[in-house]
Design a protein. Structure first.
Length: 160
């Protein structure tokens, strides 16, 4: 199993929004970065888990866990001229962008703030991608050690 961190702006799509979706499941669309596209297309597997991270908000934090329920497939929003994620160079025959489906797993009893992560010596020593200077990717891999540290900080139980 792989672990990930997936960022979302809570005023656009929060973990609470995900909980309200049918089957608490939604596609993770609109990613328009080639490095992240490659991860979605090539590295995400059904059963992988991800930290749901609220970003671009007053208190950025990991707020819960989602489980990948469908591995990478073409992002249909790229084909829709009415979508803000439309890309005229992407087509169903030759897709440029990919997405995965995620399902709500749990909300942390205690959100793990970016500030708390930066203050954790174990996370700092682990070369956690989120804490690297200049790291702005919307999705990034998380090691099993980093995953355990963050779950411990959140007072969360590992659920599958």
């Amino acid at each position: 199993m792989n672990y990930w961190l997936m960022k979302s702006e809570p005023d656009t799509f929060s973990i609470e929004h995900l909980k309200q979706r049918r089957n608490q499941t939604e596609h993770w669309d609109g990613v328009r970065n080639y490095q992240v596209r490659n991860m979605l297309r090539d590295d995400f597997n059904v059963g992988d888990q991800a930290l749901f991270y609220h970003s671009s908000c007053p208190v950025p934090a990991a707020v819960g866990i989602v489980t990948i329920t469908r591995a990478g497939y073409p992002d249909h929003t790229a084909f829709d001229p009415n979508s803000p994620y439309f890309d005229a160079k992407s087509s169903a025959e030759n897709p440029r962008w990919f997405m995965v489906d995620v399902q709500y797993t749990q909300t942390f009893p205690k959100p793990v703030t970016l500030k708390a992560m930066k203050a954790n010596p174990e996370l700092l020593a682990s070369d956690f991608a989120l804490l690297r200077k200049g790291s702005r990717l919307s999705i990034m891999p998380v090691t099993a050690t980093q995953w355990s540290i963050i779950l411990s900080m959140a007072n969360a139980q590992h659920k599958q």
